[in-house]
Design a protein around this ligand. Structure first.
Ligand SMILES: Nc1ncnc2c1ncn2[C@@H]1O[C@H](COP(=O)(O)OP(=O)(O)OP(=O)(O)O)[C@@H](O)[C@H]1O
Length: 288
């Protein structure tokens, strides 16, 4: 039985959820990594599509402050980004682009989601715009930039759930551990999901997961949950070159089946309790 999304009247974590549209907004899932280029965007895009295909209303937010990779992978060319919401006269609806399976894609716009650089009024304006945005979403997937900085940590802290993407490459492992350590030490989250990407096989994926779980178990107070693994698969790279996500071009590939397994797992567990004000409220609150 699916625990989530809650249906009207269902008893959910001790309280009755009256409607699917809670004032706290959608379930926010942030995708991050220590090292760049490990497959965050590819996972974010394909997970969003997979969840949408399951019947959920999904928005993908490209919060990577560099290039708008999520849009490129989807073959979309958004004319506007949150820049035009912050500094122009556009609304969130006007900058949102529809992707396959009806997913909504919001482009962060290079650099403009740099929260620490936004003054208080602009942050409040963004919050107001998201409040006005008649959001019927079940899920918000946030594709973050690589590394550990104030901005990424803010997005991860505001999200209810965090997925860390890692590859078996030792440098990726070290960088992922560094990120997890910050999340644990600052008590940002008490648990995170881990996805091992580009593994040569199940054994390598399990070995990679075990390495992080062992070290984290010994030194950190954070639980690392296994969300799944994606093999090194040329359909992934080919799909990116074609600007068509692999979940669409190769639905029966191991990579697609892996992502489907992750979506099943996520929808099978209740999300962490919603924060009042939702993702955007918490994000703005963190930056003052
Ligand atoms: N499972 C995979 N099999 C083969 N190639 C892959 C796989 N996952 C990712 N790649 C390759 O890695 C490259 C980087 O992927 P992606 O852009 O998703 O990473 P990223 O972590 O979002 O990068 P950035 O940190 O720059 O935002 C892709 O262009 C693709 O060629």
């Amino acid at each position: 039985m699916k625990l989530w999304p809650p249906k009207a009247g269902r008893i959910y974590r001790g309280s009755i959820v009256k409607s699917e549209n809670t004032p706290s907004g959608p379930r926010a899932i942030a995708v991050a990594s220590g090292k760049g280029g490990v497959g965050k965007t590819s996972l974010s895009v394909n997970l969003a599509l997979c969840m949408a295909k399951m019947g959920l209303n999904v928005t993908l937010l490209d919060a990577d402050l560099g290039l708008a990779n999520a849009e490129v992978m989807l073959g979309l060319v958004p004319r506007f980004s949150l820049y035009e919401v912050l500094y122009g006269d556009k609304t969130i609806e006007e900058i949102t682009v529809q992707g396959p399976f009806g997913i909504n894609v919001i482009s962060g716009g290079s650099g403009c989601l740099e929260m620490a650089n936004l003054d208080h009024n602009r942050r409040q304006w963004l919050l107001k715009m998201f409040d006005r945005f008649n959001c019927r979403d079940d899920v918000l997937i946030i594709d973050n930039g690589a590394g550990i900085n104030k901005n990424v940590l803010g997005f991860l802290a505001a999200a209810g759930e965090v997925i860390i993407v890692v590859t078996p490459d030792p440098t990726s492992l070290t960088d992922a551990y560094a990120l997890i350590k910050v999340l644990a030490n600052y008590k940002v989250h008490s648990e995170v999901y881990l996805v091992v990407n580009r593994a040569s096989g199940k054994q390598e994926a399990i070995h990679t997961l075990n390495k992080i779980q062992t070290v984290a178990g010994r030194f950190l107070e954070i639980k690392i949950n296994n969300l799944g693994w994606i093999p090194e698969d040329r359909v992934v790279a080919q799909a990116i070159r074609k600007q068509q996500p692999f979940f669409i071009t190769s639905p029966s590939s191991t990579a697609s089946r892996s992502v489907a397994g992750m979506a099943e797992l996520l929808t099978g567990v209740a999300p962490s309790p919603a924060v009042s004000g939702g993702f955007w409220g918490k994000l703005m609150g963190l930056f003052g």
